[in-house]
Design a binder for this molecule. Structure first.
Ligand code: GLN
Length: 454
């Protein structure tokens, strides 16, 4: 097969199914065909194949792509054409994958269902009445529907893993700092991390290999050598020590989801791993902590959208202040406004100590829960989300219920450690995700366990 064939197949599949799945905000047919021709020509002239040679890829629309409009699924950026590539996009170009287009998401990555997109709602390929999860819902759905080989998403509080779980694909959130955030439109800078969504664990190892690595353009990028993730997929988990936090299997977790996780643990036991129940007592504070920290950082990061520097500018302002107010009132959707108000409040003088500073302290306690468990165990395992995908419309009116879906993914971002969601069965016909959490920078073990289980 030539790269042109692969790209033709991808575009044909999108033509067949995307009117229903609606994973894409934009398909760059011309650019994809041009890249395919270039790669085919290079190969014909004896060039080497990159690590991801010729593979059609979808990119979440908060990762900037030179020459391809990047909206973050917001009206505010409907006309934003970046003049540079994010570091991950540069790295994908070096690895020679082909960018097919930009994928739907919750506006500015705020949400867990794709219903906060300003453009349309992506549906779950397993059943169009259900959400694909979010915020990287387009990234998960495009892979599940077979429209692309892999996609990139971003995960601030679960946004790669939760949609991967809901759509029955693999989603990996790397250690904070392992993958450059340069060119990722910032939501909550101390939590954001880019990662792959793929059909299987081996593909995740390949994509991570291509995108990981130190970047001087991201001041929080880890300056570490990158191990051989592909070589780590040995299938061997003998003697591996697994911790299962009782807080991850408690009230609020659907019994069918729990059963799937327990059968996954049996499989790993059969392969020679051992598991024990542990306690991570600060888990119950993670959601509150996250929504304070993430909203605070978001309120600061989103201050740059003022109608002057980026995106859409409101017409007929009375003065400069009015320009800001009108542009922001018209450009942002309701969930983004809610987060900005919450964050601005938590950071305001007189409240800072009670909310933001307190949240930072609890964040340290949550991280210590992980440090304690990792003294005696190699990985932590539980469900990715308390339930399987819910129906479109079911939770839109109820932000608090929506926020609680993140209870099992958020602690991982607060601690900065890596985690993968890998399919582990079905509950009432919808996919369940198994979450495997590792020590900081130990993606190799996370991938090895996920691969052995798969
Ligand atoms: N659902 C979470 C939120 O709404 C997670 C978002 C994310 O990881 N980008 O903030």
């Amino acid at each position: 097969l030539s790269v042109t064939d692969l790209v033709d197949q991808s575009l044909a599949k999108i033509g067949d199914v995307d009117s229903k799945v609606r994973a894409f905000l934009r398909v760059d047919e011309e650019g994809a065909r041009r890249t395919a021709r270039e790669l085919d020509d290079q190969l014909a002239f004896g060039g080497d194949r990159g690590l991801l040679f010729g593979l059609p890829a979808g990119i979440k629309d908060n990762i900037v792509t030179e020459g391809i409009t990047t909206t973050c699924a917001s009206r505010f950026l409907e006309n934003y054409d970046p003049i540079y590539d994010a570091t991950v996009i540069k790295k994908l170009k070096q690895a020679q994958s082909v960018t097919i287009g930009k994928l739907n998401m919750d506006e500015f990555a705020m949400g867990g269902s794709n219903e906060n997109s300003a453009y349309h709602v992506t549906t779950n390929p397993w059943n169009p009445e259900y959400v694909p999860g979010g915020s990287s819902g387009g990234s998960a759905a495009s892979v599940a529907a077979g429209e692309v080989y892999f996609s990139l998403g971003s995960d601030t509080g679960g946004s790669i893993r939760q949609p991967a779980s809901y759509c029955g694909v693999v989603g990996l959130k790397p250690t904070y700092g392992l993958v450059s955030r340069f060119g990722l439109v910032a939501f909550a800078s101390s939590l954001d991390q880019i990662g792959p969504l793929t059909k299987n664990v081996e593909d995740a190892a390949y994509v991570l290999q291509a995108i990981a690595g130190h970047d001087p353009q991201d001041s929080t990028s880890a300056n570490v050598s990158i191990p051989d993730y592909i070589g780590a997929l040995s299938g061997d988990v003998k003697g591996l020590r697994i911790a299962v936090p009782k807080e991850y299997m408690g009230q609020g977790v659907d019994p069918a989801v729990k059963d799937s996780v327990l059968s996954a643990l049996k499989v790993l036991e059969g392969l020679g791993a051992v598991w024990e129940e542990v306690s991570m007592p600060h888990t119950e504070y993670a959601v509150a902590t996250y929504y304070l920290i993430a909203s605070s950082e978001a309120s600061s990061n989103l201050a740059r959208f003022d109608g002057v520097r980026y995106g859409v500018r409101a017409s007929d302002p009375d003065n400069l202040l009015d320009l800001y107010v009108k542009s922001r009132s018209q450009g942002f959707g309701p969930e983004v406004k809610r987060r900005i108000m919450l964050g601005t409040y938590a950071l305001s003088s007189g409240y800072y100590d009670a909310y933001y500073l307190k949240a930072q302290k609890v964040r340290t306690l949550i991280k210590q829960d992980f440090d304690n468990v990792f003294q005696n165990y190699d990985v932590i395992i539980g469900p990715t989300a308390p339930t399987t995908a819910f129906k479109i419309g079911e939770q839109v009116g109820d932000p608090l219920t929506m926020y609680l879906n993140d209870i099992l993914t958020i602690p991982v971002n607060l601690a900065g450690v890596p985690a993968i969601s890998v399919p582990c069965g079905l509950a009432e016909g919808m996919p369940v995700g198994l979450q495997i959490i590792g020590k900081a920078l130990d993606e190799a073990t996370v991938l090895r366990v996920a691969h052995a289980f798969e």
